[in-house]
Design a binder for this molecule. Structure first.
Ligand SMILES: [Zn+2]
Length: 286
């Protein structure tokens, strides 16, 4: 995920809108200067994470500004579609959920800072589970810092990995979840990563994920006779030396493979009772 070039190309596309009300307003020199000033300050605003961003001077125009995002013209819609779908992410950059992100988060919420409603670097692909949890929250007044890390601005967040220890307790799977960051990560960033993961409820969501995935794979073994060990080893490939994974699914598979008892329980094949072959009739729907 790369930062957009400067000046943000989306503004020019919005300005070229054929929707009269939108285009005329954006073309005003004072409006353009206001936007540019805020776009120029965006990197600084994100970097100054322990200072609340100044309240927007355009809050009273928030519905008009949000309209550029909610009802974009065709050119801008194409940019938003690309940002939302045409990326190479295979997990959520905010939480590590192993789903291809297909929604966009306004890192600075568009309701409170509507000037960034169509600023490319404020729009981050995110999973649909993170979106309602993050919502409109941004600044934590208890700790006097931003609650979240911006995935496009934080190398520290990109270094986060997950480890899941799987074991059997009284015949049932138990999951112990751990998080890591690069050893070179500054203490201030560690504190921020921990808050980011806490605010997005990642621990609880990962536990739910593990329970669901255990059932999912158990069902696959029972109904399709899949060999979990062979499949998981194939998917993990040469990365097996590292106990941590970049996403939850990789961490889950590594955790299962590390515990022989859990692996045997997940991989236990039921006795084979071939289903009787049912006679079928072909349908014609041409
Ligand atoms: Zn997420």
């Amino acid at each position: 995920m790369k930062l957009a070039s400067k000046p943000c190309p989306w503004y020019a596309k919005a300005k070229a809108s054929t929707r009269k009300r939108q285009a005329e307003w954006l073309k005003r020199r004072a409006v353009e200067a206001y936007f540019q000033q805020h776009y120029d300050a965006f990197d600084q605003t994100i970097a100054a994470f322990n200072v609340p961003p100044p309240p927007s001077a355009k809050r009273r125009l928030d519905s008009l500004l949000q309209e550029f995002y909610l009802r974009p013209n065709a050119d801008l819609e194409s940019e938003l579609h690309d940002r939302r779908h045409n990326h190479d992410l295979t997990e959520c950059p905010s939480c590590g959920n192993p789903l291809i992100p297909d929604t966009l988060d306004h890192f600075l919420p568009k309701e409170d800072w509507p000037e960034y409603a169509i600023f490319a670097n404020n729009l981050v692909p995110q999973c649909r589970a993170c979106a309602p949890i993050k919502g409109r929250r941004y600044f934590c007044t208890t700790h006097q810092r931003a609650m979240f890390l911006h995935p496009m601005y934080s190398a520290a967040l990109a270094s986060v990995q997950f480890k899941i220890n799987v074991s059997l307790q009284a015949g049932r799977p138990n999951f112990e979840i751990k998080f890591s960051a690069a050893k070179t990560t500054a203490h201030a960033d560690i504190v921020r990563i921990e808050q980011h993961l806490r605010e997005l409820k990642v621990l609880g969501r990962m536990l739910e994920f593990c329970v669901r995935h255990w059932s999912h794979w158990r069902q696959k073994v029972k109904t399709q006779g899949i060999d979990i060990e062979a499949l998981f080893r194939l998917e993990i490939g040469t990365d097996s030396a590292n106990e941590y994974g970049r996403d939850w699914a990789t961490a889950f598979k590594k955790g299962v493979l590390r515990d022989a008892e859990a692996l045997a329980a997940l991989n236990a094949k039921p006795p084979l009772h071939p289903a009787p072959v049912e006679e079928l009739i072909e349908l014609n729907i041409c």
